[in-house]
Design a protein around this ligand. Sequence first.
Ligand SMILES: Nc1ncnc2c1ncn2[C@@H]1O[C@H](COP(=O)(O)OP(=O)(O)OP(=O)(O)O)[C@@H](O)[C@H]1O
Length: 185
Amino acid sequence: MPKSKSAATPRARPNVLITGTPGTGKTSLAERVAAACGMHHYDVSAVAKREDMCESFDEDLDTHVIDEDKVLDHMEEKLGASDGGIVADYHSCDLFPERWYDLVVVLTCDNSILYDRLAARGYAEAKITKNVECEIFQAIAEEARESYAEDVVRVCASETIEQMEANEASVKAFVDAFDDGVGGA
Ligand SMILES: Nc1ncnc2c1ncn2[C@@H]1O[C@H](COP(=O)(O)OP(=O)(O)OP(=O)(O)O)[C@@H](O)[C@H]1O
């Protein structure tokens, strides 16, 4: 059973995870939240590539596979032992210690919109299909609910710019409340 967030968060500022299927808008939202809240954006895939923390390349999915041990060690310095203020984004969420995050936002997207976004990136059909299937089964939302306390997880649609703005405002309200000592409830 997941622990309550309040028992394990003596941080001055919250840490937020933005997760969801590739293409749902994690990086876009994380960048906006970081700018609006004065937080540091930790893009897990980008940092893993930049810091040489990938262990292999998945030819079928045409993507780098991160070395989880290296990445978690690197992130522990930033999230585990810090005063918070990190907004991380990654397409999975069950690899992280629950204690790192005060809010976990799962972005979702209509399948046909997601298909178009991934096709616009020039992804191969197999890679698009795998990701759209992941979205159809709401795999990341389920993963988040299994890995974090119920009151920490928010599932948010990310299909339009208006929704992106609303999601940014909602996360900012959480961060502001946490900063004010309300704890983000
Ligand atoms: N809410 C939204 N409304 C309209 N377009 C969006 C929205 N969210 C993201 N997009 C667009 O969808 C594309 C994918 O967004 P983004 O790169 O942020 O997704 P991601 O989830 O971080 O993907 P990945 O996991 O592959 O890095 C971008 O072109 C972005 O501008």
